[in-house]
Design a protein around this ligand. Sequence first.
Ligand SMILES: Cc1cc2nc3c(=O)[nH]c(=O)nc-3n(C[C@H](O)[C@H](O)[C@H](O)COP(=O)(O)OP(=O)(O)OC[C@H]3O[C@@H](n4cnc5c(N)ncnc54)[C@H](O)[C@@H]3O)c2cc1C
Ligand code: SF4
Length: 570
Amino acid sequence: MVNTTIAEASHSSREERTLPRKHEVGYDFDFIVIGSGFGGSVSAHRLTEKGYKVAVMEMGRRWTPDNLPRTSWSIRRWIWRPKLGLRGFFNLRFFRHATIFHGCAVGGGSITFACTLLPPPEKVWENGSWRGLADWKTEMARHYETASRMLGITENKILGPADHLLKKAADAAGFGETFYCTKVGIFQAADGGPGNQTFADPFFGGEGPARTTCIGCGGCMMGCRYGAKNTLDLGYLYLAEKNGARIFPETRVVNVQPITGAGANADGSAGYLVETVKSTAWIGQQRQRFTCRGVVFSASSLGTMELLFRLKEKGSLPAVSNQLGQHVRTNSESLIGARTPGYSQDLSQGVAIGSGIYIDEHTHIEAVRYPSGSDAMGFLTTILTNGRPGPRRVALWLKNVIVSLVRHPIKTVRVLQPLGWAREFVCLLCMQALEGEIEMRWQRPWFWPFRRFLVSRGEKVPTYIPKANEFAQKYAQLTGGFPMSMLPEILFDVPGTAHCIGGCVIADSCTRGVVDAHHRVFNYKNMYVCDGSVVAANLGVNPSLTITALAERAMSFIPPAGEMDWKDSA
Ligand SMILES: Cc1cc2nc3c(=O)[nH]c(=O)nc-3n(C[C@H](O)[C@H](O)[C@H](O)COP(=O)(O)OP(=O)(O)OC[C@H]3O[C@@H](n4cnc5c(N)ncnc54)[C@H](O)[C@@H]3O)c2cc1C
Ligand code: SF4
């Protein structure tokens, strides 16, 4: 490892590229994996298993039941904005086309995700740029099976009041037969109870950690404080670390370049230099340099796009395909819900996403909840407003709020203020498996022309799915509550999504995508992308199981350490 001071780090870019040669320094690692989410954890585990020396660089912190926040009011330990002193595991990024929610932690999105792990419909392999590049349906079946076993997927056995209401509302609307209990990555007692019982490793033949059964507190998205959620740090990453992988938390990768230099012909065959800074440092960057023979980008769809754009711009990886940032998908989501002030039951009980229904062939709704006391998101919800987006919808929303305040002043004030929100609110997450994509570009925005950022371009993503709004109204009628919308969707016509995928999609050539069907980055050697950015079609379901299965498949092509010739390329 080569440590650099801040003064050294500020050398001119020409001097920075005078790099140590591999025979002078040896390699610190065989592989460096950037990011420790679903793609990164699978990669780290499978590579250590094959005998490689692996490091995992992770921007976020390590979390344990002891340091996780109790509720979402503990903003400092929930939200990730290190420059503002917020060092949590949940990040929000605002774009013109979508507000994107994603995880940032050792274990990536698994710390904050809602543990729903569903396979997509088979038709997704017939759409997008990956079509025809492999016998996906046959090949993926075994990788889904491995991924499901490793993530400990089970059918949810803990149905809370919100799930029972979803069933009732679906019955009333005529979709009752589509109701299903979600498949979740949660350690639940065989019959759904009792919770809080600790057992020796139930998943990995004694190689994994002891685990405790789920109590159905609804807290999955605030991080599980009971050790019941199958987060990656208790599975793939735990095993990788046990096998010798070194995890570097709070370490952000800022540069990756071929060891032979960064000229147009440098293809990485002699290895890579990876530079990092401390992501949570207040003063100084604590820059470090590492050498390795191969690199796996697993920084998530947004994270990998952002890093590759930066490296392409600064000349470290100039040959990355110009398709970078194309075919970004948001799962066509809309968040709606219902809030019932003073409801007789605690709607936060259950697991974060306990059940779902299909309201038509393409449209899928899940009942989502936050744990009791986690009411901060209540600021983002408001009275449901139908209609086409734009100034008219904003005007209609204002009218709805005023009419409601006049008719039911106390109830309306109660529904608009956040206290008690998690116990009274059920979020309905609506996803559509319809094609639709945006583009991410690396540009100077008009409001800040001093540096480039990721900016979204393309057709607007729909924020108003009329059938979903109708269903929210039915749901609210059952409880005597208010149907609700997300405020940013109404005010700014911007949908929220936790499922951003694509941007470095799998394709047959660098004129159509960024990686080949083995996840190898076009124009480079021993460089891979294993995360949500490679997904080349709208899945219509939560994507983590597919990202895991794709990473399992990608790693299956890498030979054991003793047989590797380090010439792997697309
Ligand atoms: C609140 C919420 C609920 C969700 N619920 C579900 C669900 O129920 N089911 C489901 O399937 N999906 C869910 N998701 C989505 C899921 O979390 C993501 O799809 C998944 O985590 C993506 O996996 P990934 O491997 O692409 O990257 P991630 O899991 O996002 O991991 C990427 C990691 O890379 C790190 N990183 C980024 N840049 C750098 C850098 N430069 N240097 C070092 N590290 C870096 C990040 O900190 C992050 O930890 C949810 C997401 C959120 C936010
Ligand atoms: S419902 Fe509670 S106990 Fe169960 S996995 Fe989620 S956070 Fe953990």
